[in-house]
Design a protein around this ligand. Sequence first.
Ligand SMILES: [Zn+2]
Length: 312
Amino acid sequence: MNRDDILKIVQPLLECPTAPMFETAVSEEIQRQLSGIEGLKLQVDASGNLIAWFGRDRPKYVFVAHMDHPGWQLHPNRRFLGTVPLNLQDKGQVQEFGEFGMWDLPAFRLDGDRLYSRACDDLIGCAIIIAMLRTLAQTGFGGSVAGVFTRAEEVGFIGAIHLARSKLLPSDATIISLETSKEMPPAKMGAGPIIRVGDLTSIFDPQTADFFVEVAKNEKIGFQRCLMPGGTCEATAFQLYGYRSAALCIALGNYHNCTPDGRIDSEFIDLGDLDGLIGFCVAIVATEATAETAREALRKRLEARLEEFPLR
Ligand SMILES: [Zn+2]
């Protein structure tokens, strides 16, 4: 998928106002963008999470992104929803959208390879799932995969926990959380998509992380492999309910709209990282290899050394 096609997915999504528990506009836009894809069925669960089922069989992989972003609940009482330091919450102008508000920042602005928005986290993750599903459909992918768009992640994985407890997703599926994640060393913005081995709270499935490395190397996708402990992602939530969980992300600047010098401003990402992660997700779904075969291949490579260095 070329850059223009990707931005045609990204821009209308970023223009949807959103906050935890107020994801209606985002959900409707995703449903609009996914309607008409052959072989894809949409489902809204009892909590308002949106699930896109592609293909006829049980999906091996379920890609998850969240539809909300830190913001303000305005009625009946005004309160901030999400993780932002208290002393910064009142620093930005608030734009009101009926019952909720967001900081009054541009929804979409390009500057070279950088994309600026009031809410990259995690509307970019949602856009990646849409781009992946469209690419798979266009290339005639015959297998099955699911995309999940959750609610109220920023106030404690509320949508994800309801979904995990409902057992709607197959118990043997691998959950792959897609995020924009606070740029922290050694991760570098512009250096490619990131295999996220864990987050602030948990370590994710090691076999699946190895498998991602194998796929990236085979497909010659530039990648980074990092912990990304700037926040906790939904892979941690799904893991707590017994799902094999993994995560992929791209580096995010001005995480939760907080600048390094203590102001409220747009978040930003690198468009090359975004292109890279879409291609990476497609490659993961399309490959014949699995976490098990990747492990086996690694073991064989290591065992080849045993004969070279006999211990007698
Ligand atoms: Zn966030």
